[in-house]
Structure formats: structure tokens, C-alpha cells
Design a protein around this ligand. Sequence first.
Ligand code: FES
Length: 102
Amino acid sequence: MSWVRVATADEVPSGGLLSVQTDQGSVVLAGVDDGIYALEDRCSHQDYPLSDGLIEHDEVECPYHGARFDVRTGRAVQLPAITPVRSFQVEVRDGDVYIRVG
Ligand code: FES
């Protein structure tokens, strides 16, 4: 496991999403009230990018068929998705966002 820098904290919109590229594929960063969270940027329903969606009530809503995922855990909380998406640990250090991958 290693930490990789993926963005600056300023680049992650408050209440919004930012897609970043990593060795592990695309990751979506979600800016919510208590910090920044990171999920695999691929809906577990039909693999569309979650970064095309929006955040509501600390959940990422996929715009394609309305599935929702908990930003903190990746748990699927709304059909049609039933399986979670991968979540990554996040740390903000000196204004930079790092996620733990591997
Ligand atoms: S691809 Fe996300 S809900 Fe269908």
C-alpha cells in the first residue's frame, strides 16, 4: 500500500466531485462538509463514471440510472446498484490530497 498525491485540496469542489487518474484507474474525489472522500470512479451498476453525477446528503448519485453510494464507505444505498464501489483512504497534507492505493 502506498500514498499517492492526486490533487490539491482547493481543486476538490465543496459539495462536488472531481475525477482523478491513478495507477488503479479513475478515482472520484467527493468534497463534503467534514472532508474529502475517494471512491472508484465507476458505478457498480453499469460501469459509468460516478464523477458525472452529483452529491446529495453525503451520497454520490450516479446520473445514469440513479444509483447512490455512501461517500464514506462506497456502500450502495439506492437501487439499481447493489454492490459497493471501492473506497480509498484519504489524507490532506499541506493542502495536497493523498489517497492510499495498492
Ligand atoms: S450506471 Fe450508475 S446507476 Fe446505472
